[in-house]
Design a binder for this molecule. Sequence first.
Ligand SMILES: [Ca+2]
Length: 192
Amino acid sequence: MRSIVLAVLAALVLAGCADDSGPKIPQPLSPQPTAAQMDPGLSVQFWKSPFNDVSEVERYTQRYAGIPGKAVTMLDFDWGNGVVLDSALANDVGVEFLGAIRLDKPGRYGFTALSNDGVRVMVGGVTVTEDGEPHPDRWSRPGHIEVAAAGWYPLRVLYYEKRGTAVLRLYWQQPGDAQMSVVPAAVLARKK
Ligand SMILES: [Ca+2]
């Protein structure tokens, strides 16, 4: 079932009908970091609040200091009814994941997230996909970016869990890929 859904998503991205606002150009990290300047994974901060939209998480990140969590190697989580990461919270928790993603070749990249509840994914300053309202497990509307040069790009993912079950998985489709796949840990890192 999942492979069928992913194939449909891939077709949408390839057809370009998932995003009618034209190519979005992400900005790479400048200067580009060396491997020695990077640690694997993404940094994590939490906020406790009864969020009802991912834009409220955005507002919290700008107004209030978050609670630091343990870094994560990738975004591939199904917490069920349990606690989200090391927040000690199973409900009403917002999360900011910060770091960078390595895009190894120029071209068109598609992104989608399987989430429960809301999610926003930003690559190189571009909001590439978002599904902001509370919802059961579902994929966000796929979006794409046009990458001019290979390298490291800023990655920022906002997420919140309102109540019930919680899921977060980040998928991408690299240039030439036939379908979406989970973004691997090997291309995620953060500055030391
Ligand atoms: Ca939920």
